[in-house]
Design a protein around this ligand. Structure first.
Ligand code: URA
Length: 291
């Protein structure tokens, strides 16, 4: 029996196309021809509409067309770890928080979790990372800033936001009186997507529990989402960041502020004022919560 994976077609540009094909190949998917892909881990052929690439949200149906030519099975690749469609990304906002972790226990809990991420092989990003980039800051931080994923500098140094975006982020939170060691910074995915492409939904889904556990251990008073992937991972929000700004969100009872990613201000400096407004909102929120 052959199975066809019918795919929802994602909007794609050439960078995403190349990155996605690289990712699929790392996952054991071989490109057979211009418009079809063979996935060596399953008896499946994955047809791709021309000019587009499969995204998440796929569904399985029976194939009635004649079989495509098969390649010899490969034995050297690790078993693919792509999640099944039903395990794909969903909002993590509505579950209850786990029991309160005492302040004194938080550093140890975070160190243990970091050790798990350091050897994580849940998705193919582990094949190309130099190291997993866990998070940095205070285990009792009042606010956690959530970015997207490590870039080249972070991958090399093992700390989030140490490149150009990070320098700007430092200035941003300095402007409301915070130093790096006062707050906590984490990313949606802990390993660098090759070529700085966007993380795939499947990668976010597989990494999601690490961020959830970080937030549960730290239990900040507020969460500051830097860009669309933080909103997607925590809230399941898949719309424009500009529309999310100004709306009220919460994650497991913790208020969430939606804001742009600092890389956006590097590309569009005229938008920096929006980030400044969001930081003032955070400052006000924290002051109110401290009353
Ligand atoms: N961008 C991110 O989202 N995270 C980093 O750690 C660096 C750049």
């Amino acid at each position: 029996m052959m199975i066809i994976l019918q795919v929802e077609v994602a909007v794609i540009n050439s960078d995403e196309l190349v990155a996605t094909l690289e990712y699929w190949q790392l996952s054991g998917i071989d490109v057979l021809s211009g418009d079809s892909l063979e996935y060596s881990g399953l008896p499946a052929f994955i047809p791709v509409k021309s000019g587009a690439v499969a995204g998440v949200g796929s569904s399985f149906t029976q194939n009635t067309s004649p079989p495509l030519p098969k390649r010899a099975a490969k034995t050297t690749k690790p078993a693919p770890t792509l999640p099944k469609p039903e395990t794909l990304l969903k909002s993590s906002a509505d579950e209850p928080l786990i029991a309160f972790v005492e302040h004194k226990d938080r550093p140890e809990q975070l160190v243990k979790l970091q050790a798990v991420t350091a050897s994580c092989q849940r998705c193919e990003l582990h094949l190309t990372r130099k190291q997993a980039v866990f998070g940095v800051g205070s285990p009792t931080a009042p606010v956690v800033f959530v970015g997207e994923g490590p870039g080249a500098d972070e991958d090399r140094l093992g700390e989030p936001f140490v490149g150009d975006s990070g320098k700007l982020l430092d200035k941003m939170f300095h402007s409301i009186g915070f130093k790096r060691e006062d707050i906590y910074i984490a990313n949606v995915v802990k390993c660098r997507p090759p070529g700085n492409r966007n993380p795939l939904h499947a990668e976010i889904a597989l990494c999601q529990n690490y961020l959830i556990d970080q937030l549960q251990i730290i239990r900040p008073k507020a969460i500051f989402c830097l860009g669309k992937f933080a909103l997607l991972c925590l809230l399941g929000y898949d719309g424009p960041v500009g529309k999310a700004r100004g709306q009220s969100f919460s994650w497991r009872g913790i208020p969430v502020i939606a804001s742009f990613h600092p890389a956006y201000y590097l590309r569009t400096p005229s938008k920096k004022n929006a980030g400044w407004q969001d930081l003032l909102k955070l400052q006000k929120l924290l002051q109110e919560l401290d009353k």
